[in-house]
Design a protein around this ligand. Structure first.
Ligand code: ATP
Length: 236
């Protein structure tokens, strides 16, 4: 069953039509990947789901109810969170304070302490660094912090924008493992990646975006064998 449905979505920045009639579905408890070149509209789609850019036409449905152009705090409280591209952590704040900010829809207290402990189980390195300034973490550690911060709002759907960007292969593998673990814990993941191989290996289902539209869709494993995907995105 689809938990998230995107229907005929159009998003523009002035004259630039970034998303042009995009339709896709995300099934509950699935990992769904979006692959595509620079400028295909992947980040714009995630931002429009989060209410960070205005939707011109079309609809975004969460469990059948429209969340199109809702304010971001409402969307977060309805159970969606995003780890944005470029590891946007608050560099001057400690690791701990970055995490607490991610839980801003909840009050502090015991629940929050439990959530912090859970994050430190997923990402033990963040526990060791909890008092350190986020800006002093390595790229991979900042990526983990950005994911952990998004998880602090206890989302049912986690949107991840380019989590592997700029990371060494070992760290990319680790991020992949974490995505699989989150999914085993029944979280739905919508993953945007330029690393098409990683994205398709992880995906139950995947979409290929070109110039703001879906041009191909299938199970991740099947798209890994698709001629166009191999030539255009897997260096084949
Ligand atoms: P990338 O992987 O490079 O981030 P993407 O698939 O995520 O690519 P988007 O960032 O969604 O693509 O960009 C889609 C189109 O919208 C591009 O043509 C881009 O130049 C344009 N665009 C994105 N953000 C803005 C903005 N703030 N103002 C104007 N144009 C924008």
């Amino acid at each position: 069953m689809s938990i998230l449905e995107i229907k005929e979505l159009h998003v523009s920045y002035g004259h630039v039509q970034a998303v042009r009639g995009l339709t896709l579905n995300v099934d509950e408890k699935a990992i769904v990947s979006l692959v595509g070149a620079n400028g295909a509209g992947k980040s714009t789609l995630l931002k429009s789901i989060m209410g960070l850019v205005a939707v011109k036409s079309g609809d975004i449905l969460l469990q059948g109810a429209s969340i199109t152009n809702e304010v971001t705090s409402t969307i977060v409280s309805r159970g969606i969170a995003m780890s944005p591209e470029g590891r946007r952590v608050f560099p001057q704040l400690s690791v701990m304070d970055n995490l607490v900010l991610g839980a801003y829809t909840q009050r502090g207290g015991a629940g929050q302490r439990e959530d912090l402990e859970r994050m430190f189980t997923y990402f033990p390195i963040l526990k060791a660094r909890k008092k350190q300034r986020a800006g002093s973490l390595s790229g991979g550690e900042q990526q983990m912090l950005a994911i952990a911060r998004a998880l602090m709002s206890k989302p049912r759907i986690l949107l991840l924008d380019e989590p592997s960007l700029g990371l060494a292969p070992l760290m990319v593998n680790l991020i992949g493992e974490i995505i699989l673990q989150l999914n085993r814990e029944e979280r739905t993941v919508l993953l945007v990646e330029q690393n098409a191989r990683m994205a398709l290996k992880l995906a139950d289902y995947a979409y290929v975006l070109e110039t703001g539209k879906v041009v191909l869709q299938d199970e991740g494993a099947k798209l890994l064998q698709n001629d166009h995907v191999v030539k255009a995105y897997l260096g084949g």
